[in-house]
Design a protein around this ligand. Sequence first.
Ligand code: PLP
Length: 381
Amino acid sequence: MSDDETMRAEEMIAGERVFNFSSGPAVMPLEVLRRAAEELPALPGVGMSVMEISHRSRWADEIFAETEARLRRVLSVPDDYRVLFLQGGGSLQFSMVPINYLRRDASADYLLTGYWGRKAIAEARREGTVHVAWSGEGHRFDRMPVAPEELELDPEAAYVHVTSNETIQGVQFPGDPLAGVDLGAVPLVCDGSSDFLSRPIDVSHYGLLYACAQKNAGPAGLSIVVVSDALLERGKQGLHSMLDYRRHAEAGSRYNTPPVFAVYLFRLVLEWLEDRFGGLERLGEHNRRKAELLYAALDEHADYYRGHARPEFRSSMNVTFRTPDEDTDRAFLRGAEELGMHQLAGHRSVGGVRASIYNAMPLAGVERLAEYLHDFRRRSG
Ligand SMILES: Cc1ncc(COP(=O)(O)O)c(C=O)c1O
């Protein structure tokens, strides 16, 4: 049996787990949950729960060190980059980035690519001047910019901020954002929350990359920041310690009591990723295959389903579409639940249907949804 078939069989036998298409907190690998459950009362060789050990203990040292080492290997993080494990979700990064790097006498370039890009801009404006270098608002955020001529970049900007995948609209840069654009000395800052670890990226392209964990990395409560030494050194002085990247780097991500349990789960997720896929190359292909199955079903019935993103910018993580009307959307969602497919409703701000198919969503779940897309269309006449 393939891994997906094994998982399908196990899940059906258990009869407890449904296919969870939530945009986050999202489905976690079953193997990770089982291992965590097994080790919850007593971590092997420790005799205490991971939730009970000191964050300054040698066991925590090992967990942090191994998690970081795995992440560096999986993501090919260059030696002159630091990895930080922080709290406050993606949202705190909307504030920390400008607090650290947006000085009063400068401005930062932001790409308004959708709901999350807008949130990042709103927080940055509390700190200083924001220049919107590109906006997708005029076409309902159905695409990302690719051509340099589309962007109004300021060569003196403190940084350029992008969102690699807009979770709510379901639009994604086809590769590293702004890959073909000459940014000069301006560092690229990326909110990679909803496509983190889903495909290979070139970390050296970014000054700072951040992601909340609750899509591809683990549970909510942990955020991962990868930042170049050069940018780290450029941060403002005299910041509140908890808002200062440099302070967290000096303290090895343990300035205060960190969520050790969440970091431990992230380590298990990385182990799963490496054991099962070897790395991001194969995982990226797997994710592409899953997304293509759904988009092919939607395209086959393009007279009925209306996908949101333009084809070149379709997200491989969040597949967003509508049926002909809202009543039918609701009927679609009800029918899906009856078949064990949950949390498919679009975000409250946009409605419709959204299938989030992160790393841990098995192929079997996507196949079932693709089949349902065909059946639902046929039944509707
Ligand atoms: C792209 C993106 N950025 C930021 C966030 C905010 O993350 P959090 O809720 O952890 O603050 C989300 C949450 O879904 C997201 O999808």
